[in-house]
Ligand binder design. Structure first.
Ligand code: CP
Ligand code: NVA
Length: 294
């Protein structure tokens, strides 16, 4: 049984195929309007979500299928009944399940039961749907990701881990700018991640030079304590910071954005920002993932 849990579970050939399908769906949605007829997508989202919730729901409906969100407290996920028994029960009725939760191990464990194809809709560890669709947005806006330089400025978090896994497959240049304290805290993990094209620094000026794409994300991810926020005060991405990148560099953010914290409002709303295209592409890529799993 197929699942979509982490970018590192796939080859670039496989991910390319999913993106080709996503582009077809985006261009000719009517050709796909019956592909998931009589299929049902379930969603258990144990954290807040706007984009993931709506893009999966609407995307699956546009493929002719039904979607069903299961509120984890109404079904007593892992409380009223074990999560394994719930999954086996769901597999009697539905065809595909999106899970968002705070423990990657639970998603891995449930997928290993092979009761139902599972999509990781974000965990504490990774956010593969986001990064695969960000690759589509990069290819559309600045061209083939493999020849580009991406600079990440922010926290060492789930979105960044998926981006690092994507770098391993596509070999683009990835400069990661983290506050000194976050670098220090993750120094052993970082040591293992260094390769010829992946660098880490605490200096924005150094990491952003020649960047074709600058990405950031919230400083405090869902479920995390706010204590570390103080380390980020000099790490806002704004138009002044973007001046240090390549002339036509784009700005990306998976959203939700905290305006005037990790990113200035003026940059989010500027011409360099591709955030709305980025949000829109989630739907096409997830439709392609769903079709692939089914
Ligand atoms: N980017 C993203 O996954 O958004 P949501 O948390 O709103 O789903
Ligand atoms: N890193 C963020 C991503 C939100 C889509 C979080 O986990 O809250």
């Amino acid at each position: 049984m197929k699942h979509f849990i982490d970018i590192s579970d796939f080859t670039s050939i496989k991910l390319d195929k999913i993106l080709i399908k996503a582009k077809h769906i985006k261009k000719n949605p009517e050709k796909f309007s019956n592909k998931c007829k009589n299929k049902t997508l379930g969603m258990i989202l144990q954290k807040e979500s706007t984009r993931t919730r709506v893009s999966f729901t609407v995307g699956f409906q546009k493929l002719g299928g039904n979607s069903l969100e299961l509120n984890s407290s109404s079904i007593g996920f892992g409380k009223r009944e074990s999560s394994e028994d719930i999954l086996k029960t769901l597999s009697q009725y539905i065809d595909l399940l999106v899970i968002r939760n705070n423990d990657h191990k639970v998603i891995k464990k449930l997928s290993s039961l092979n009761a139902l194809p599972i999509i990781n809709g974000l965990s504490d560890y990774s956010h593969p749907c986001q990064i695969l669709s960000d690759m589509l947005t990069i290819n559309e806006t600045i061209g083939n990701i493999s020849n580009k330089q991406i600079t990440w400025i922010g926290d060492y978090n789930n979105v960044l881990r998926s981006l690092i896994e994507l770098q391993n497959l596509y070999g683009f240049k990835l400069n990661i700018v983290l506050p000194r304290e976050i670098l220090q805290k993750n120094k052993f993990k970082i040591k293992k991640l260094l390769n010829k094209k992946t660098t880490f620094t605490h200096l924005i000026r150094e990491g952003i030079k020649y960047a074709d794409c600058v990405m950031t994300d919230t400083w405090i991810s869902m479920g995390e304590k706010t204590l570390k926020k103080k380390y980020f005060k000099n790490y806002q991405v704004n138009s002044m910071v973007m001046k240090l990148a390549s002339k036509d560099a784009i700005f990306m953010h998976c959203l939700p954005a905290h305006r005037n914290e990790e990113v200035s409002s003026e940059l989010l709303d500027s011409k360099r920002s591709v955030i709305w295209q980025q949000a829109k592409n989630r739907m096409f890529v997830q439709q392609a993932i769903a079709l692939d799993l089914l």
